[in-house]
Design a protein around this ligand. Structure first.
Ligand code: SAM
Length: 278
């Protein structure tokens, strides 16, 4: 059987599956596809979230640039990310003492632990605390103010529950939850097929933070295969810092590296043009 995700009204991705499991949660329809080419695939409301084959490309690029840019990241918050891939990558950094995961839908975590044991393998690590809450409301709580070193926005596309995670008001709460040297990193959609989402996210992030940089990477199962990430801080000028090489040691990555980091912000001209239009 075939599964199609419609990327736009005119283009999509079609994957052949041996089996499709359907789970209905309070928030969304969850599918687990067992595919020939991508291994197991997690789909929420018709949109691919992660696949066994290319999850490393997305999770490594979302997590490591922020963690190596911070001088000493100890407290990490991940908003969304219920599959556990970002938790797994964040815990590779020795300085990290605690990871808070704020996922709105507990069923995503349960599904990932059942069908994606590798990706979710660190969700029960003693350093990890899971909060089943809306990330936007979570940041209203007094305890989150001025607390985190790195906040990772690992959200789904800006529709329904995720929409708020792309708003200026939300980024302001993120900024207020970061302590000195704090860094936010957010997935900001495809700069090819989702240009309006991309531009809106970058515009809102730029309004809130002093330093903002965009970089791109490849994720074959996501719309157009080219994905954008926006990193921001009030303290760290990403173009001026040079992280210590020891920070890249033992990360055991398959995509990210110190060499890649050294040219991370050399982005394609068409992406620069889009940013200049925001
Ligand atoms: N980057 C991946 C993508 O774009 O396909 C996202 C992966 S991760 C599974 C996204 C998670 O964000 C989902 O599990 C979803 O339930 C969660 N989520 C959506 N809105 C949220 C919110 N307001 N607060 C916390 N989690 C949220």
């Amino acid at each position: 059987m075939w599964f199609t995700e419609y990327w736009t009204q005119n283009v999509g991705i079609t994957i052949k599956a041996k089996e499709i499991k359907r789970i209905k949660s309070k928030y969304q329809e969850i599918l687990v596809l067992d595919t020939y080419e991508f291994g197991k695939v997690l789909v929420l409301d018709g949109l691919i979230q992660t696949t066994e084959k290319d999850e490393f490309m997305y999770h490594e690029m979302l997590v490591h640039p922020a963690l190596v840019s911070h001088p000493n990241p100890e407290r990490v918050l991940i908003i969304g990310g219920g599959d556990g891939g970002s938790v797994k990558e964040a815990l590779k950094h020795k300085s990290v003492k605690e990871v808070h995961l704020c996922e709105i839908d507990e069923e995503v975590i349960i599904t990932s632990e059942k069908y994606f044991p590798e990706i979710s393998s660190k969700l029960r690590d003693p350093k990890v605390k899971i909060f089943i809450e809306d990330g936007n409301k979570f940041l209203d709580e007094e305890e989150s103010k001025n607390y985190y070193d790195v906040i990772i926005i690992d959200s789904s596309d800006p529709v329904s529950e995720s929409e708020v995670l792309f708003q200026e008001q939300f980024y302001k709460k993120v900024r207020n939850s970061l302590r000195e040297n704090g860094i936010m990193i957010a997935q900001t959609e495809s700069p090819i097929l989702q240009q309006e989402y991309f531009k809106k996210a970058v515009k809102n992030i730029k309004k809130v933070f002093k330093y903002t940089q965009v970089y791109v990477g490849s994720v074959p199962s996501y719309p157009s295969g080219t994905w954008s990430y926006t990193i921001a801080s009030d303290y760290i000028d990403f173009l001026k810092i040079k992280p210590d090489l020891s920070k890249f040691e033992n990360l055991n990555t398959k995509y990210f590296s110190d060499k890649l980091y050294s040219c991370l912000f050399s982005i394609p001209e068409f992406v620069k043009k889009l940013i200049s239009e925001v």
